[in-house]
Design a protein around this ligand. Structure first.
Ligand SMILES: [Zn+2]
Ligand SMILES: [Zn+2]
Length: 287
């Protein structure tokens, strides 16, 4: 079973990635939420190119994969869940929830620490918000995420199956909640209690600082409500809001691969320090 998971894990992940990508692309074509400022040919080669680059770099630079580490952890008894004596289904559920909490905390961290925000702004600088935005991250942020995930696996002790479920689920939900798709408001209101919806995550891609620093969840929507970072809607409305980052509006820079890779190294590190940030003045009547 272990060998089966290990040998098929890349195939499982690629199939889900391509499957969800195609489904979301069709949905975006049939019922888009916003008009795209740039065509797919202007953004998709770079957004998907950085995914391919990241996949190769992670395989080359890291000595193990998350699943392989979970297998060693299971054999050696590393991590809390291997000692909790829980039924398999409960341990798997708790592992997925705990790993998702780590991703939420990591996401808050990369917004709060200026040097890490420089890496993470590659994800936010996209001028449009669609299924490919969900996969575009700077290679250094991907490597950092992998190291954090490996450390979390050592502490939490998920089974290899839990890691595969988590990775496939997170990948699928990240592509879903970056979709430029229209979901009826009544359905969205219900759906965002179980999963982060496109309308919920789109708020996070606003150019407005207070909106960007909201809705950090990528998969489960509960963390934002629990920890106080939840925001229902953008002030400009889902179709009227501006997507991206102030000061990075040139498509040749933010939606071309060389420009995206260079993005973390532009400007001063203090540009976005959390305690010097230029917050918008609250208007009367606004919270
Ligand atoms: Zn973010
Ligand atoms: Zn996002």
């Amino acid at each position: 079973m272990r060998d089966l998971i290990l040998s098929h894990e890349p195939a499982i992940r690629v199939s889900f990635f391509v499957g969800v990508l195609v489904l979301m692309a069709l949905w975006e074509a049939l019922a888009p939420c916003r008009r795209a400022p740039l065509g797919r040919w202007a953004r998709w080669p770079s957004n998907l190119g950085i995914v391919a680059l990241n996949t190769v770099l992670v395989r080359l630079l890291l000595p193990t994969t998350a699943v392989a580490l979970a297998m060693v952890g299971e054999r050696e008894g590393w991590g809390f869940l291997h000692h909790a004596g829980l039924p398999g289904w409960l341990a798997l559920t708790l592992a997925v929830i705990a790993l998702d909490l780590v991703v939420y905390l990591q996401h808050v961290m990369v917004h709060a620490i200026p040097a890490l925000w420089r890496l993470h702004r590659v994800h936010h600088a996209d001028l449009h918000f669609d299924v490919t935005t969900g996969a575009r991250f700077h290679p250094i942020e991907i490597l950092l995420s992998m190291l954090i995930k490996l450390a979390a696996i050592l502490v939490i002790g998920p089974s290899p199956a839990a890691v595969v479920v988590f990775e496939v689920l997170l990948n699928a939900t990240a592509m879903f909640n970056h979709g430029n798709v229209r979901i009826p408001a009544a359905v969205d209101r219900w759906l965002r209690w179980v999963v982060v919806t496109p309308d919920m995550h789109r708020v996070h891609h606003s150019v407005e600082d207070d909106e960007t620093n909201s809705n950090f969840g990528f998969n489960l929507p509960w963390w934002d409500r629990l920890f106080g970072t939840y925001r229902d809607q953008p002030r400009g409305g889902q179709s009227g809001m501006t997507i991206g980052i102030h000061g990075f509006r040139d498509p040749r820079q933010v939606d071309r691969l060389p420009g995206m890779l260079a993005l973390p190294f532009l400007g001063k590190v203090t540009d976005y320090v959390i305690n010097r940030r230029q917050w918008a003045q609250p208007e009367a009547g606004r919270e």
